[in-house]
Design a binder for this molecule. Sequence first.
Ligand code: SIN
Length: 488
Amino acid sequence: MTIQLNDMSLLKTQAFVNGEWTDGDNAETFAVTNPATGEHLADVASVGAAETRRAIAAAEVAMQDWKARPAAERAKFLRRWYELVMENQQDLAKLMTLEQGKVLAESVGEVAYGASFIEWFAEEARRVYGDVLALPQTDRRGVVIKQPVGVVAAITPWNFPNAMITRKVAPALAVGCAIVLKPASETPLSALALVELANRAGLPAGLFSVLPGSNAREIGAEMTGNPTVKKVTFTGSTPVGKILMAQCAQTVKRTSMELGGNAPVIIFDDADIDQAITGALISKFRNAGQTCICANRILVQDGIYDAFMAKFVAAVQAFQIGNGMDSASTHGPVITAKAARDIDAIVKSAVEQGAKVVLGGQIDEQGECFYQPTILTNVDTQMRVFREEIFGPVAPVFKFSTEAEAIAMANDTEFGLASYIYTRDIGRVWRVSEGIEYGMVGVNEVAISADVIPFGGVKESGQGREGSKYGLDDYLETKYICMGGLHS
Ligand code: SIN
C-alpha cells in the first residue's frame, strides 16, 4: 500500500451500508489509480443493484427517527462532522491528490470548501420556516409547512471528490432526509473517508450509506427506479443528467441537476487588464481545467486583445505541471489517459479548422494523463472548442468588437452555468449581467463559489441550486394545511 496518512483508519476500501463496512455481494472490487504516476492505490468494493436496494430500504427506516428529532440535534451532529473533517484536513487532502491528481494546495482548499457546506447547513438546519395565509373565507386560515422530501439518492463526480458530496449530503441531513451516495469510481477513497468521519460524529445507522461501484449504470438504475427514493441529485455531464432525469420521470421524482458548463470570460476594453488576466488564469486552469464553471471560452475585445495576449501567454508559460504531491507543481494531471486523449482530439480538430497553437497543444511527455497548458487563437464559433465543454487546460481566446456581439457569443450555447465579465463600466455590468443566460455571473471576479451562494445553472446546465438558503429548499416539500372552523 502506497498511501501514508496520519490516521490510517481513514483509508477505507469497503462500502458503507446501513452503518456497516461491507464487501459487495459478489466480492467484486475495482482498482483506484493515481493519475500522476499510474500507481495502483487500492482495490475498492464494487456494489450493484441489490446492495443499493438494501441501502435505500435502510435509509427509509433511519429517516423516520431522524426527521422527528429536533433540528438542533441534527445541527449538533453536522457541527461535529464539520469539526472532524477540519481536524483531518491534511489526510483528506492527501487522499484527494493521490486519487484525483489536483495539487495538494488545491486539495487542502477543497477540504475546507467541502467542510464549509457542513458548517453552513448545520446552522441552516434550524431555519426552516413556514407561512400563515389569509384565505378568502374568514372562518379559516392557511398554513404552509416544509417537510423533508424523503430518501435522497446522490451521484457525485471525480473533479471535486469532497465538496460535491458535502454540498448534497449536508442539506439533506440538515432537514431530516436520509441519503445514499454513489461516488465517482475514480475517487471513492475521499467519499469513504468522509462517511467514516460522519460515523465518528455519531451518524445513525442507515442515514447515510456510501456505495462505491464500477457499474454506475446498475447503481443509477436502482436509484432512479426505486419508488422509495423521492429525490435524485446529480453532478456530472449533461448527457448523463438527461438519462437520469428520464429514468426519474417513471416515478416522478424530484431532481437537482448540476450539469455541464461552457463558461465565457468576457473581457472588455475598459477592464483592469491585470485583474482580468489573473481571473482568466485561475478560472481556466484551476483543477487542470476540470471544473464545470471553468472558463471555457475567453472572449477579449479587440482594443485590449494584443496587450491581454502578451501577458496571458507569459503567465501560462510559467506553469509547472507535475505530480500534485510535489510542491513545485502548479498544476496536476487530468483524471485519466482517455480524458487527455479527448482533450487532445478537441485541440486537433480546432487546429485542422485553422486554429493556431500559441502554447502547448499536446499530451506531455511526463505521462499519459498530463496535458500541456494550451492557448489557442484564430478560433471561431463553429469549432468544438467553442461549442463543447473542454474539461482540460486549454484556453481558446476569441476576439469580439461590440458589447452586443459579446452577449450573442456568450449565449450561443445550450449551456448556462457560470459566466464572468471584466469591465469597470457600471452600466455595462448591469446590461451584460442581465443579458447573458447563465445561473451565475462573476463581475471582475472568478472565485464565485462559496457555501453561502446559490450554485446552479440554467438551460442544459441543469436545475436546482446547491449551497445557500436556496439549497435547503431543494430537500424540502411544501405542504399546505387548511385550518377551518374558526368562527365560534
Ligand atoms: C464544479 O465544477 O462542478 C464545482 C465547482 C465549484 O463548486 O466551485
